[in-house]
Design a protein around this ligand. Structure first.
Ligand SMILES: NC(=O)c1ccc[n+]([C@@H]2O[C@H](COP(=O)([O-])OP(=O)(O)OC[C@H]3O[C@@H](n4cnc5c(N)ncnc54)[C@H](OP(=O)(O)O)[C@@H]3O)[C@@H](O)[C@H]2O)c1
Length: 318
């Protein structure tokens, strides 16, 4: 099996393609539809979206187009979406709405997007504000309006039922720290282990400790922002540029290859078909020396986290 098509078996027996397409910040509808459709044509079998991205409809149309044209069967695709904070008290309603927007009967993976519930701004379930809203704290402009009377443990216990109902084949978490996972594990009604923890991982944030903890508990990490997200300084990093030039690939593909070699799921996003293609087809096995150089990048340039929303008073990152 080639480097870009490796499959990882999850702790519930389901299988996840290691390289998936990210879709965050893909807003323009036609471009989003096309990026998903073209990615599937290129060979991607794993698509990552979320209710808050506001593009589940477009992702669904791109998937449907590929299925209708016989490029792929539904059962050969792995589709992930995520529960937004304003709907943590309403996860069953939220997943049903996501499935309707995606035109799917089930998702392969449903994640709690962040371990923090947010206050809903509407009581009308059909109002997009129900899932497409980042409520800000009226007393602290930089922070989100956290629902302190609800916990991620409450939410996760409800997610266990969504798996039993078949609405999600697997369930997992995102942006969970080691302490959050420990808190979840100790609840008496905790029965189904999360299959993944989707977190920011790239050469400037290698997350060794979190990855090791998850591995010990048979939870696969998924690397989001593996290129350092939008306008990333990683893509112009001189050390990575020299490795990329030597291998005749882009820095992005050095980062993706490094992630594949480290053994977890990686979710590069691009809205440009040429990049989507290169990010899948131009992966290369790094030599031991290059692998070690990329792994030591944080030592040379300092640790950097790019996605860090303020959920005060909840501390997401420890
Ligand atoms: N769970 C969470 O909280 C969470 C948070 C963040 C992200 N995610 C998921 O992870 C995915 C990836 O993260 P991300 O979108 O933050 O960032 P990313 O994949 O690290 O980087 C995306 C950026 O890199 C550019 N890019 C892609 N391929 C390139 C290439 N070959 N050469 C040069 N530039 C390239 C893209 O531009 P173009 O699009 O113009 O090509 C875009 O600006 C998201 O889309 C989402 O699905 C999840």
């Amino acid at each position: 099996m080639s480097f870009n098509s490796q499959i990882i078996t999850l702790n519930d027996g389901n299988k996840i393609p290691q390289v998936g397409l990210g879709t965050w910040q893909n807003k323009n509808s036609e471009a989003t539809i096309d990026s998903v459709y073209q990615a599937i044509k290129i060979g991607y079998r794993h698509i990552d979206t979320a209710a808050i991205y506001g593009n589940e409809e477009e992702v669904g149309v791109g998937i449907k187009k590929a299925i209708d044209e016989g490029i792929v069967k539904r059962e050969d695709l792995f589709v992930t979406t995520k529960l937004w904070g304003t709907q943590q008290r309403l996860s069953q309603q939220a997943i049903k709405q996501s499935l309707e927007r995606l035109q799917l009967e089930y998702v392969d993976l449903y994640l709690i997007h962040w371990p923090v519930a947010l206050k809903s701004r509407t009581i009308d379930p059909s109002d997009p504000k129900n899932y497409l809203c980042i409520p800000m704290n009226p007393d602290n402009e930089s922070a989100r309006d956290v629902d302190v009377n609800w916990t991620f443990v409450d939410t996760y216990l409800a997610l266990q039922h969504l798996k039993k109902e078949g609405l999600a084949k697997s369930i997992g978490v995102s942006n969970f720290s080691i302490n959050n996972l420990k808190e979840l594990f100790k609840h008496p009604l905790f029965k189904i282990k999360p299959v993944v923890n989707q977190v920011e991982i790239h050469p400037l944030l290698p997350q060794d400790e979190l990855i090791a903890f998850c591995k010990e508990h048979d939870i696969v990490c998924e690397a989001y922002s593996p290129l350092g997200s939008t306008s990333s300084p990683i893509l112009t990093n001189e050390t990575l540029v020299s490795i990329a030039e030597k291998l005749k690939i882009d820095v992005a593909q050095v980062c993706i290859s490094w992630a594949v070699q480290r053994g977890y799921v990686v979710l590069p996003k691009s809205s440009q078909v040429e990049r989507i293609e290169r990010n899948f087809n131009n992966l290369a096995k790094l030599s031991d020396e290059d692998f070690a150089t990329v792994s030591a990048l944080k030592e040379k340039y300092g640790e950097k986290r790019f996605v860090k929303p303020d959920f005060t008073p909840f501390k997401v990152f420890e």
